[in-house]
Ligand binder design. Structure first.
Ligand code: GLU
Length: 287
């Protein structure tokens, strides 16, 4: 028997959610309901520099207003509590230990700025992230005897000559090439918390998530995360990437688009039903 469907919605509380987030979470909810499965709400508040409790609360309130509900999460307990990533640190440390012992990661004193300065634009795509220079990698085995992450960044050593191929439920086969599309990436930060890529893999696995529904902007992250699943010896879930919502001038929605935040839409008197029938809602979906 195949395991029953378990999905999740996992907002990061760094600002008010916008209509694009609501659409991705709505799709996640519909997919869980159609499969007769479970939906978990997880607050991805792991970044102490950028996450604020007031945004965590507004995400819950605004999504409820919008019509989203979940089976496990804030106000609905279940076997996978706690639902705030900041309360799940012990699991992340265990994963760090495993990756370090296996030689998959190394300590790194370069900042994001150092990497941007050093890297040449890898290809013409404006969104392409700077690739961490291979020449900066330490020798194999660096950091293996560390007892704890300490006040330094840790990076995942991306294999050379490797393609990551996965079958997205909506997009079909997706292919990324290591060291061309992405380079050695952060798994632990010098301020003492795991990076998104590590925390999300550990939690999706610990919560038994069978399908991750997320925006297409995270396709490369999915490729990176597949390397972490492999290194930790875990079976990945399936992935369903949703198209990104754009504003009327074709710009991708971001938390800075205040006018399309759920909060402002609600205060301006829009109804969730009308928003779900709007042109904005359908942008990019009919492909
Ligand atoms: N917390 C992430 C975000 O809001 C999404 C995580 C994910 O779907 O993997 O961008």
């Amino acid at each position: 028997m195949s395991p029953s469907y378990c999905g999740r919605i996992a907002p990061t509380p760094t600002g008010y959610l916008h209509l694009g987030h609501a659409r991705t979470f709505w799709i996640a909810m519909e997919r869980a309901r159609e499969a007769g499965g479970t939906l978990i709400y997880r607050d991805e508040d792991i970044d102490p520099q950028r996450c604020l409790p007031e945004y965590a609360q507004s995400a819950i309130d605004d999504l409820r207003w919008f019509g989203c509900d979940w089976d496990e999460g804030p106000d609905v307990n279940g076997p996978h509590a706690p639902y705030r990533q900041s309360q799940r640190m012990d699991r992340f440390l265990q994963a760090w230990e495993h990756l370090k012992k296996g030689g998959y990661i190394y300590p790194c004193d370069k900042s994001r700025k150092d990497v941007s300065r050093a890297a040449q634009a890898p290809h013409a795509d404006d969104d392409a992230e700077p690739i961490y220079p291979e020449s900066w990698r330490p020798a194999l085995g660096a950091g293996r005897t560390a007892k704890e992450p300490g006040a330094t960044n840790w990076r995942f050593r991306v294999p050379n000559d490797r393609e990551i191929i996965f079958d997205d439920v909506r997009l079909g086969p997706c292919e990324f090439e290591c060291l061309r599309d992405f380079g050695d990436f952060l798994v632990w930060r010098k301020d003492g918390v795991p990076a998104y890529e590590l925390a999300v893999v550990v939690d999706d696995n610990a919560m038994g998530i069978t399908e991750v529904v997320r925006g297409e902007d995270l396709l490369i992250s999915t490729a990176r995360q597949l390397l972490i699943y492999e290194a930790l010896g875990l079976t990945p879930p399936q992935f369903y990437h949703t198209p990104l919502m754009c504003d009327s001038s074709g710009l991708r929605l971001a938390k800075r688009h205040r006018s399309l935040s759920l909060r402002e839409l609600r205060e301006a008197g829009h109804s969730p039903e009308a928003l779900r029938h709007s042109d904005d809602w359908w942008s990019g979906l009919e492909d």
